[in-house]
Design a protein around this ligand. Sequence first.
Ligand code: 5RP
Length: 224
Amino acid sequence: MDQQQMKQAVADAALEYIRSKLDNDTVLGIGTGSTANLFIDNLASIKGHINATVASSEASAARLKSHGIPVYDLNSVNQVDFYIDGADESNSALQLIKGGGAALTREKIVTAVAEQFICIADESKLVHTLGQFPLPVEVIPMARSHVARELVKLGGDPVYREGVVTDNGNIILDVYNFSIPKPLETEARINNITGVVTNGLFALKPADVLLLGTAGGVKTLRAE
Ligand code: 5RP
């Protein structure tokens, strides 16, 4: 199985995972990225059974609507039962790096509301220590240089993601060469820098389940 086939396999597994749990009140949170897109396309096959979705990006909302799947504002729903999204990295505790698609803040907001976060990823995303993937940080534009200097003090090499404006009108700094052995501490510490909206570490609220695409099939991992 190549990477694309693994992504499709976990998107299929996520559909099977939620299909039997859907009822008339279920609200699905939908993530962003190429793996989430495959899941969205799968949802089209059962759209008659989907009560409501909320999306973590304008792009995902548009894709859902293009399939005729109902999309709601997060403020219009009382709960999110399942959040299904990809990741850029996961460790064995299902702490993640996300934000490769610049949607980290809305992804984190939907995660905060969700009863259960089902992460879908191919096996290249599973690492021992987070940080090989540069950590995305969403920043208020006027704070860009200040935040960059603070990130250097923490030991990272922040790089401005040229030409990218988030759905919230902000910019992204990607922090390179930044090994993250203590994700909980690092997530809180970066979020405490004035001007940071949020960072792409999902450690304070990690995934509940990781459906991992491997050459031998899809494995279901739960936090250790
Ligand atoms: C977007 C994300 C994505 O979940 C992450 O980048 C993984 O994307 P893909 O499924 O395309 O590998 O966090 O902000």
